[in-house]
Design a protein around this ligand. Structure first.
Ligand code: AMP
Ligand code: ZN
Length: 113
């Protein structure tokens, strides 16, 4: 755990979040500022600052597997959804604890801004 990390504090329960799933590897919770009708985040319990710092295929895979499983249970898989990993400054990353955004429930534009 990184003491000054917002998402580590959500993992520990120190900061509340609207959790929708958790297992031994990851937790998922609703984004506080949703950009689509369905918008949640999947994060590893372990602190990893960004995709640029990931060295574990297991950790990366667990994040993606939970994203896909929840997209199905949230009902957005048949119509489609997007998984986004904003990475470092130009990628738009603001919280430096790895997180996969899962967005759906409307048609999403491409390319992103
Ligand atoms: P990013 O810009 O990719 O680093 O995304 C960080 C995301 O975390 C943003 O979409 C924020 O709305 C979201 N966020 C920040 N604080 C919280 C919080 N306390 N609970 C849920 N989502 C949050
Ligand atoms: Zn963290």
């Amino acid at each position: 755990m990184a003491a000054d990390c917002l998402f580590c504090r959500i993992v520990s329960g120190e900061i509340p979040a609207a959790r929708i799933a958790e297992n031994e590897h990851c937790i998922a919770f609703r984004d506080i500022n949703p950009q689509a009708p369905t918008h949640f985040l999947v994060i590893p319990r372990q602190h990893v600052a960004s995709l640029d710092q990931v060295t574990s295929a297991e950790l990366a895979g667990q994040v993606l597997l939970m994203a896909a499983a929840l997209a199905r249970s949230e009902g957005i898989a048949p119509s489609g959804y997007r998984v986004v990993l904003n990475t470092n400054a130009d990628g738009g990353q603001t919280v430096y604890h790895l997180h996969a955004h899962v967005l759906g429930g409307r048609a999403l534009h491409w390319p992103p801004g």
